[in-house]
Design a protein around this ligand. Structure first.
Ligand code: NIG
Ligand code: FE
Length: 417
């Protein structure tokens, strides 16, 4: 079970193809291979195709799965989460039920700042222990790669503690998922810097970005009215880019600010949320090849309009879907509900949703050449459904249709035999 040597027989392989994001109408093109065999060696896919053409390998010591015709998808990539944090905020959820808004709670010193207080007071060991709980549940839903952001420290020591915790999780020998990190020091202006946003941006540029270069490859920002406005975001992200970071933005989430246009201007990997993106922002992202990472669970939880997935796809853009799991705006990591909301309310087809949760998610974190599709040379990560029919995914609303989960050729979970 530990070798990563595995043969899967009689699978219905359903996968996007390629090593970069699929755009526009290409998002709905999936390769389907019936009665396929998949051979994985040392955790990497070595062969996909008919059983009568297998490579000359001694399979006697391989793990073996008879898929019995079930649909074999690439493992899901959750490319936007905040899964490391201290404390919880159920009180805020209740305030919002009674009519409070996300931003008004944040402006009173709650919201992200409340989780910052709790995270500063939580040890690195405890952060690791708590995050593993979320990771185990993600794995059960077929997630095999996850991105985790810092951003609840907002000082150098705590941001570093978070990034170290993510690295420790990623390096655990028995870790179920591949975990990559993103530095989100610009998640909010910390209370110590209230009214001095520029000075906090200076601190990030001068102290944090150079120091964390060895801990992470990506830099993100909450580009939002009354948080980090366009000019502040441009200054920080330009500095990050010069230091070699890949860029991501929380853009146009609460109001239409122009974060999408900024993402296109700077050549970001992705701009995320985009609930209030302008038509010009959609066009510019599509043209610049910036992945639109849409997070329907957040729109659902905040009772906001869903992001215009169809506009992005119809403009020839690439859409990824992710959960945004965090203790505030979206305390859910549900892949099944993400799929249902994307199909029902964002009018994405099932094929587009599969691409968005696999190859395009991988592209949104710069990993499309390693994960996100079932192709020779890619990591042997799979989510097998309990049926041959991919329509089950949105149809069985909010329920987990994934049975067997395989990560790096290791069988983590067995479905119904
Ligand atoms: O993606 N909007 C900013 N960041 C998170 C929420 C974080 C929080 O509320 O703790 C988001 O929605
Ligand atoms: Fe987020």
């Amino acid at each position: 079970m530990k070798t990563g040597n595995l043969i899967i027989e009689h699978a219905t392989v359903v996968t996007p193809v390629g090593s970069s994001a699929r755009k526009g109408s290409d998002m709905s093109e999936l390769l389907t291979i019936k009665d396929a065999c998949v051979v994985c060696t040392d955790g990497v896919i070595e062969y996909v195709g008919p059983a009568d053409n297998l490579p000359p390998v001694d399979f006697s010591l391989f793990d073996r799965i008879d898929a019995g015709g079930k649909a074999l998808l690439p493992g899901f990539v959750d490319s936007h989460t905040h899964l490391i944090f201290g404390g919880f905020r159920p009180d805020e959820f209740e305030w919002r039920l009674k009519g409070d808004t996300y931003m008004s709670i944040m402006q009173r010193g709650g919201g992200i700042q409340s989780t910052v207080n709790a995270t500063r007071a939580t040890s690195e060991d405890e952060l690791v222990r708590r995050a593993q709980w979320f990771i185990d549940r993600m794995s059960d839903m077929g997630v095999t790669t996850v991105e985790a952001k810092s951003g609840y420290g907002l000082d150098t020591a705590t941001e570093e503690k978070m990034l170290r915790a993510i690295r420790r999780l990623a390096e655990k020998t028995d870790q179920k998922l591949r975990i990559v990190s993103t530095f989100l020091g610009a998640h909010a202006v910390p209370k110590e810097y209230a009214g001095r946003t520029d000075e906090y941006v200076d601190l990030i540029i001068r102290e944090m970005l150079p120091r964390f270069r060895d801990l992470t490859d990506c830099c993100d920002i909450f580009c939002e009215k009354n948080v980090f406005e366009i000019e502040e975001s441009r200054r920080l992200l330009t500095a990050a880019k010069e230091m070699g970071y890949k860029l991501k933005l929380h853009a146009d989430e609460i109001v239409q600010l122009g974060g999408a246009e900024l993402a296109a201007e700077l050549g970001a990997l992705s701009a995320d949320h985009l609930l209030h993106v302008s038509d010009a922002g959609v066009e510019s992202m599509a043209k610049a090849g910036v992945v639109a990472t849409l997070l329907p669970l957040t729109a659902f939880t905040l009772k906001e309009p869903y992001a215009p997935a169809r506009k992005f796809i119809d403009a020839g853009g690439a859409v990824a879907l992710a959960t945004d799991l965090n203790p505030g705006s979206c305390f859910s990591g549900s892949i099944p509900l993400t799929i249902a909301l994307a199909c029902i309310y964002m009018k994405m087809s099932i094929e587009e949703v599969i691409t968005a949760l696999t190859l395009n998610g991988a592209a949104a974190i710069g990993l499309a050449d390693e994960v996100g599709s079932i192709e020779v040379g890619k990591k042997a990560d799979f989510a097998m459904l309990e049926t041959d029919n991919i329509n089950i995914l949105p149809y069985y609303v909010g329920m987990n249709c994934v049975g067997t989960v395989i990560s790096g050729g290791r069988i983590l979970r067995q479905g119904i035999k």
